[in-house]
Design a protein around this ligand. Structure first.
Ligand SMILES: Nc1ncnc2c1ncn2[C@@H]1O[C@H](COP(=O)(O)OP(=O)(O)OP(=O)(O)O)[C@@H](O)[C@H]1O
Length: 522
């Protein structure tokens, strides 16, 4: 062990019987990349050889059986490979367990030691196989890992707790993750818990709900005096709501084909257990009420916000509530009056370049009295009168001043929708920003100008299921990548949502903070 930096040496070979049938002998081989099982006892039906990539290994366990008179030990290894779905196209992660009986030695202790040697080697070599993305890897979660799991029992169709019991609890146990379950009892419960908890007790905070509960957790972390370290606590997301946009986004970033419901849950559970932790963008949002809050997903006004909120009454339908809501709102399509301006990614870059050519550090020219603006904008009381901290917003000026001169002002004043996205999915089956990545530092801004027909709008949303809406060449749809934006609704009434939650209607502005938070994302 001491040589080879504590790693168990591989390959390992062994011959064991199946725990379920002692008459079936198998040869087992562990290499740096694979776990290979070959049946030595011929079987009339079923498999004769199985090869698993260690990338698909969730965990393993060595243990003694219940019978104390039995000197055997057991090794269970859990894999979740991507496999073709039964009677459907596409692939999804499906659980495969191998369990072997170790009885070659007379002493139970010796058999258990041998099983533990195998378990250690499987764990070590599978952790070496973890996929490290393109430079986004921040850190591995420590092992053993301690997770706080927050479950909203009322989210989605009210099945979160059952889904946790049926799938997630088992996966966390298989991965050897120590976790404590907290069932939220009311709105803001999770926010208060993360605001007040001793974070040194936890290696990760996991949210099993819709996106609304994560929104609470992020804002709770940023209310803490130690927000700078608190917001770097690894977060995990498990789909338990009806929208599940971030869960769908994290699955999408793995490159796997699209899945929903329990298959999405298993995929996210797998990512959660395997890590690693990546950076995730957050967007600072200023409302007319002088409130500043943080958002991880979206800011919406017009059609999308209306559908999201008005379809709450169909939540018993699960994800289908958005389809029903879309059809209902299409029937009475509205036009929303407002002013939209933004700082394009390209223009911000030019600005930075011209400053650096002059050999000076970049400063947003409109906030040269930065400290004053930042103070005014940044340190304002949050909705529940607690102070929300977070980094200063260097691109924004106060809402009662004109946006900076180098920003773009959209000429149109009549919109059907404005949607700012920072992750790929708006809902499980709505791939709104196919180009988005977890920490690209970009707000993907979409707006649809008034004048679009109902049919064309429906076509856009149908195309969005596959992320093909941008290829429809719809003349009314505009897409641009920005760092900051301001929206000033002129219609006296309307709905504004942040991460799917209603916020105070009125002027709003936003700035992206690249990689401010951490997400366990695979
Ligand atoms: N026990 C509870 N009772 C009532 N509200 C709760 C409870 N626990 C959490 N909440 C609140 O429920 C709201 C909605 O939660 P969340 O968005 O996670 O689920 P959802 O609305 O079902 O999901 P989705 O947004 O995907 O439709 C959050 O604002 C949260 O504060």
């Amino acid at each position: 062990m001491a040589e080879n930096q504590g790693l168990s040496t591989v390959p390992l070979f062994g011959e064991f019987t199946l725990s379920t049938n002692r008459k079936v002998r198998c040869s087992v081989k562990l290499t740096e990349q694979e776990f290979i099982v070959k049946r030595l006892t011929p079987a009339p039906v079923g498999w004769s050889r199985r090869v698993h990539s260690l990338k698909d290994c969730l965990g393993c366990r060595a243990y003694r059986g219940n019978d104390t008179g039995d000197s055997a030990a057991y090794l269970s290894v859990y894999f979740y490979p991507l496999r073709g779905r039964w009677m459907r196209t596409g692939i999804s992660r499906q659980r495969v367990e191998h369990c072997f009986r170790f009885a070659a030695l007379q002493e139970w202790r010796a058999n258990l030691e041998e099983a533990e040697r195998w378990a250690r080697a499987v764990r070590e070599w599978s952790s070496r196989q973890r996929h490290h993305g393109d430079g986004v890897l921040m850190q591995e979660l420590p092992r053993p890992c301690r997770m706080m799991v927050l479950v909203n029992p009322l989210s989605g169709k009210g099945q979160s707790y059952t889904l946790y019991n049926n799938h997630i609890q088992r996966m966390l146990n298989e991965a050897g993750i120590i976790h404590t379950l907290f069932v939220t009892e009311r709105q803001n419960h999770a926010r208060e818990m993360v605001r007040d908890t001793d974070l040194s007790q936890w290696d990760a905070l996991v949210i099993m709900s819709g996106d609304g509960l994560l929104y609470e957790v992020i804002n709770g972390l940023l209310e803490r005096p130690d927000w700078e370290s608190a917001i770097r606590t690894p977060l995990g997301i498990l789909p338990g709501g009806s929208g599940n946009a971030l869960a769908a986004s994290t699955h999408y970033y793995t490159g796997a084909s699209s899945v929903s419901n329990v298959e999405l849950l298993v995929s996210c559970g797998f990512l959660l257990c395997r890590g690693p932790v990546s950076r995730m963008d957050l967007v600072s949002i200023h409302l007319s009420s002088s409130t500043r809050l943080f958002s991880f997903l979206s800011l919406a006004w017009g059609f999308v916000a209306d559908v999201d909120i008005e379809s709450e009454k169909y939540r018993h339908l699960g994800a289908a509530r958005f389809t029903v809501g879309t059809l209902v709102r299409l029937a009475s399509l509205r036009i929303y009056k407002g002013k939209l301006s933004y700082l394009p990614v390209s223009r911000e870059q030019k600005n930075k370049d011209s400053w650096s050519q002059r050999g000076e550090p970049y400063r947003n020219p409109m906030v040269s009295t930065e400290s004053i603006n930042v103070q005014q904008l940044g340190n304002i009381p949050s909705q529940n009168s607690r102070s929300l901290h977070g980094p200063p917003d260097s691109l924004l000026v106060p809402l009662d001043q004109q946006p900076p001169a180098h920003w773009v002002e959209v000429p149109e004043k009549d919109f059907v929708l404005v949607l700012a996205m920072y992750q790929s999915h708006l809902a499980e089956d709505l791939l709104a920003a196919p180009d988005a990545t977890l920490d690209d530092g970009v707000i993907h801004l979409f707006y649809v100008r008034a004048g679009i027909s109902r049919f064309a709008l429906l076509r856009l949303f149908l195309a969005m299921e596959k992320g093909a809406h941008l290829a429809t060449n719809c003349q009314h749809l505009v897409y641009t990548k920005v760092r900051a934006l301001r929206l000033e609704p002129l219609s006296p009434q309307g709905i504004l949502t942040v991460d799917g939650e209603v916020v105070k209607y009125g002027p709003v502005q936003a700035e992206v903070h690249r990689g401010l938070s951490r997400l366990i994302s695979g």
